[in-house]
Design a protein around this ligand. Sequence first.
Ligand code: ZN
Length: 141
Amino acid sequence: MAVRVVHGSIRVETSSRFEVVDITRRVSEWLESVGGTSGVLTAYVPHTTAAIAVNEAEPGLMEDIIEFLRGLTRPGAPWRHNRIDNNAHAHLGNVIVGHSATVPVRDGSLDLGTWQRILFIEMDGPRRRRVRLVFMGETVG
Ligand code: ZN
């Protein structure tokens, strides 16, 4: 069994300032494409105004996440960073939620709980984003 480290990425295009996107299926497809069977997969954003979380992709909850983050980070509030590019709230949201998620891989699949999904959280869209992926573990062949 060869242990490998495989790097890749997927693109995420967002269409509003705040948006939660379920990227689980695309991450799973990437895992399948690289033949990862057992190990860990990390998905991370190379951005400071978007975030990654693992939670439920229920549509009401996805809106609640946005409302919750808006309330906490207060877009348009007199944050110092808003003097530069008016998106301090998005940076603060990234600090709260985090920039990555690591998920175990077992038998070739993401070992997520029944309701767990990998969520990309846009906080300063619309933008073209990239989610980077790293698989570390055993692969087919
Ligand atoms: Zn900024």
